[in-house]
Design a protein around this ligand. Structure first.
Ligand code: AVI
Length: 326
């Protein structure tokens, strides 16, 4: 279900979200334990992620930022005026400023994010900076088919924006599903010139990848462990955070960074009255961050019904920004 977020209301995360409870039960009860990465982003998790984006080792954010800034005029020339930008997983709604600055006469901004509280605060300050852009925030899970508000009469087309290589946090099948969903949502808005501008992290030297997910300040470790803290707080869990270690490595066969939380000893953990046994060294797989070659990503986009029309990258080929048309 999606909800239009009132910009004035301050939301608190639901103390006991039944979907979170079900997902945790399924993930910890499975033979190979997992937890969905989307639950990283409570208030604290979102703050930690913003810190990650500023870390010296974490190249994706600043590289994508640089591509957007330097290629802004080229991107704006292709996208054109009078579009409503739909941002999937807007978070702090920071990168959108670069796009709104670059685009000639943007008509609207429609950010979608799971964290309603974070989104409403971000959009309120953005609206002050762009008073002529109609902003309508939608709180919801953009990985599902969401009913969006009707297209703006003054907008010629809807343009999706999915920066940050968040697509890498989906399995290739989920990524295909997301792209198909996004294509349907953007097509629904009608208009000529609809498309998707999407940031995709590239396959590269594993040492560079390793450093990005094992930063020396320990912020990524804190981000990973915060998931257990959230379970303790919201689902009455008793995880001992000192008895789990952050573990992240590059899996070259699957072209992905895997993040895990590894139990340092044999232990039993209780969550919402249910008990889960851990062997020493047993892991909870908390996140994948898939990396693509430009060709592999274009093939995926084509399978989802998009036409890859342009791609920009940095001189070191760390990151890519794709313009896909419908
Ligand atoms: C949000 N996402 C693209 C980040 C990534 O790089 O996969 C999440 C993250 N996890 C650890 N560090 C950053």
């Amino acid at each position: 279900m999606s909800t239009l977020v009132s910009l004035r209301r301050r939301e608190r995360p639901a103390p006991h979200d039944p979907e979170f409870d079900r997902d945790v039960q399924a993930g910890l009860g499975a033979q190979v334990k997992t937890l969905p990465a989307k639950y990283f982003y409570d208030q604290r998790g979102s703050e930690l992620f913003e810190q990650i984006c500023r870390l010296p080792e974490y190249y994706p954010t600043r590289t994508e930022w640089k591509i957007l800034r330097e290629q802004g005029p080229a991107i704006a020339g292709i996208i054109g005026p009078d579009v409503e930008v739909v941002e999937f997983g807007a978070g702090a709604a920071e990168k959108i400023r670069l796009l709104l600055n670059a685009l000639p006469r943007p008509a609207g901004y429609l950010p979608i994010d799971i964290s309603g509280a974070h989104l409403s605060a971000a959009v309120a300050s953005l609206q002050r900076a762009y008073p002529d852009v109609t902003m309508r925030a939608v709180a919801g899970d953009f990985t599902k088919q969401l009913p969006l508000p009707a297209p703006l009469p003054q907008a010629r087309a809807r343009v999706g924006f999915f920066p940050g290589s968040t697509i890498g946090n989906f399995t290739p099948d989920e990524a295909l599903g997301f792209l198909r969903n996004a294509a349907a949502m953007l097509r629904d808005g009608g208009g000529v010139g609809s498309g998707l501008l999407i940031g995709v992290d590239l396959v590269k030297d594993p040492a560079v990848l390793h450093a990005a997910y094992n930063d020396s300040a320990g912020v990524t470790a804190a981000f990973n462990l915060n998931l257990l803290e959230r379970i303790n707080r919201e689902l009455d869990g008793d995880f001992n955070l000192d008895a789990f270690d952050h573990y992240a490595f590059y899996n070259p066969r699957q072209h992905r960074i895997e993040m895990h939380l590894v139990s340092s000893k044999a232990q039993t953990v209780t969550v919402a009255g249910r008990q889960y046994g851990f062997d020493a060294g047993e892991s909870i797989h908390t996140e994948n961050s898939c990396k693509y070659t430009p060709i592999r990503f274009r093939q995926l986009a084509e399978k989802a019904g998009f036409r890859p029309a342009a791609m920009w990258t940095d001189p070191d080929s760390l990151f890519s920004l794709h313009w896909l048309t419908l």
